[in-house]
Write a protein that binds this ligand. Sequence first.
Ligand SMILES: [Zn+2]
Length: 182
Amino acid sequence: METHLIVNMLLDYLGTLRHWTMARVLCRETRAIVNTRPYMDDLYGARTFIRQNQCMGCFKHVEKPRWLIYTALPIEFRRYAVTCHHYHCQVSALFSMIRDLRSNSIHVLKAPFQDTLDIAVPRSDGSETPAKAVIHGLVRVGNEYCIMTRWSDITKNFQKNVPWTHYFPNTSPEFIFKDLDM
Ligand SMILES: [Zn+2]
């Protein structure tokens, strides 16, 4: 009971994302409290018409807002959420994003799988084409996680989802918050 009270007070009154993360890793008990607190699950990123100084969670005016960029989406579909610094709004935006993307079969990786966007895409004739990859998320196609790639020539844009196992035959992708039931 005491831990519960302290954690909730900490989060409510001091709450930044750092405190939230701390409470999450402190111990199993505090982690359970953090994980069961209610978050808004509809704080979705927008593509346009963003009010740059208004939190999309609590609607308060923010001087230096936090921007959550949907980097797991291809750049032309990218969306943005603007929040204040309170962990509740930030975590809500984060969870909303993960859930929203997942409903479109896109899964957010714990860390980008490589440092560069450049990737060589295997072609059916055995050659390889230089392309750009989405490095923060994977799309699930059937039973397979795939890397989303794009390239273009003078006339056309191309895209191809290349199975993760083509590049990483021996490692499984790691996704964020896979321990959370969302
Ligand atoms: Zn807020």
